[in-house]
Design a protein around this ligand. Sequence first.
Ligand code: SME
Length: 159
Amino acid sequence: MITPDSADSLSNQARALLAGTQDPIANAANLSAFIFQNIPLLNWAGFYRLVDGRLLLGPFQGKFACVEIALDKGVCGKAARERKTQVVGDVLSFPGHIACDAASRSEIVVPLITQEGRLLGVLDIDSPVADRFQPTDVELMEEFAAIFLASISDKTESF
Ligand code: SME
């Protein structure tokens, strides 16, 4: 259970972890590891980058995953297309869910949008537990996405 205090502490730790470089791949790699290690009951945490009009696998933790996702496919495609966080309590009842890991039961996908309004990709978090993600978790994942975007703000072209 994420309390407001633990969320603040995790956000501060993540900010400090990403402060050493503005390199997008380095920070995406460390943030996915940080999320995977610190948020209970996850089986996947990572990034898809928007490259040539589709989502391409980026740094992640968990089992190997689908390399490309079209914008009209899956929870990731929906988050990117609608530019809106998607929270799916039961992936088995989400039409078009892409099961990279058959163990996944619930999922959050946060779109990564720069201050200039450019979509860079998505942050995708999966859990083997149905209804794993509560509003406090969603808020924290959106905060992690914002911390990532702030950490690379001068280097968004290279993500
Ligand atoms: N489940 C996602 C695909 C990515 S994997 O979960 C890592 C989706 O439906 O878009």
